[in-house]
Design a protein around this ligand. Structure first.
Ligand SMILES: [Zn+2]
Length: 300
């Protein structure tokens, strides 16, 4: 998503295990475990990697004080991968969905209903798939102005909300330049009990509105980008109990490693920026974040 090379790597590579796959930035100074299970990467994609790379990244994340992650699979192959991965790696919980960018094509091909049925089947049969998402609306798509394509995204989003309610899963929302429309659908359908805005990108007013509704904001590495004052302001506008932190790896790599692939081991860089914005110590913030993760996803 963010391919701009603009921050030079200033950290030196530390020798010794775990050895990261080629190209990944080094493990930063680890987060404190805050007397608990440590931080959770609320949203990551590992399904494009081979098993060896996954092992290494999970090892590096644990070394960084981030021993758990929510793996999101939102096309057919990634959903199947997620179903298998959460049984294999105890560090992972899963989320499954039809990505909003895929919904129009599936609808056109007459395959959207079958894909949604598969999402519900996985959320029902695998007790480590506890998230329905990422689902939502994406106005960045070139066919957003096409009425049928937009309707397919809305239909798919509404169907995911219904699946989350039926299965008791937490809903993770993808909202790309579609804040008002996403809120409209949520209100019209009625939100499920637990809602997270993945990679929250709204302003302070929207953050407050989410907080009033008890919806969670998952903050990605974008909060570390120098120009992103609006997101830091949004973070300051809400009680920290409704925050989560995520990578959306391999995308959205935090400063100072932009342009390189992201991984859960870089969560500390994002947590540190949030902690300094909130004037909390890291230890306290990690404790708050991990308690909220537990509320959202249960124990694992
Ligand atoms: Zn994602």
């Amino acid at each position: 998503m963010d391919g701009v090379l603009e921050d030079a790597d200033r950290e030196t590579e530390v020798a010794g295990p775990p050895e990261l796959p080629a190209g990944y930035p080094p493990v930063p100074e680890p987060l404190p475990l805050a007397g608990g299970a440590g931080a959770v990467d609320d949203h990551t994609h590992l399904d494009h990697l081979d098993d060896d790379a996954v092992e290494r990244l999970l090892g590096a994340a644990a070394a960084a004080g981030v021993p758990r992650a929510v793996q999101i699979g939102c096309d057919a192959a990634a959903r199947a991968w997620t179903d298998r991965a959460v049984r294999r790696w105890p560090q992972l919980l899963g989320g499954v969905a039809v990505h909003p960018n895929e919904a129009p094509d599936l609808a056109r091909a007459g395959q959207l209903d079958a894909a949604l049925a598969e999402v519900e089947r996985l959320a029902t049969t695998n007790d480590r798939i506890r998230v329905v998402g990422e689902t939502g609306l994406d106005s960045f798509r070139t066919d957003w102005d096409d009425e049928a394509a937009r309707r397919a995204q809305q239909t798919s989003f509404a169907a995911h909300i219904a699946i989350a309610k039926r299965t008791g899963a937490t809903l993770q929302i993808h909202d790309r330049d579609a804040h008002a429309e996403v809120l409209d659908v949520l209100r019209a359908e009625g939100a499920p009990e637990r809602v997270v805005f993945h990679c929250f990108s709204g302003d302070a007013a929207m953050a407050r509105l989410c907080a009033e509704n008890g919806w969670y904001l998952s903050i990605a590495g974008t909060v570390t980008f120098k120009s992103n004052h609006a997101l830091r302001e949004a973070v300051r506008a809400v009680p920290p109990v409704i925050l989560q932190v995520e990578t959306d790896a391999p995308y959205l790599t935090p400063v100072p490693h932009r342009g390189r692939p992201n991984g859960s081991h870089l969560v500390p860089l994002t947590v540190r920026v949030i902690a300094s914005e909130l004037r909390h110590d890291e230890d306290e913030l990690v404790g708050i974040l991990s308690q909220s993760s537990e509320y959202l996803y249960g124990q694992w």
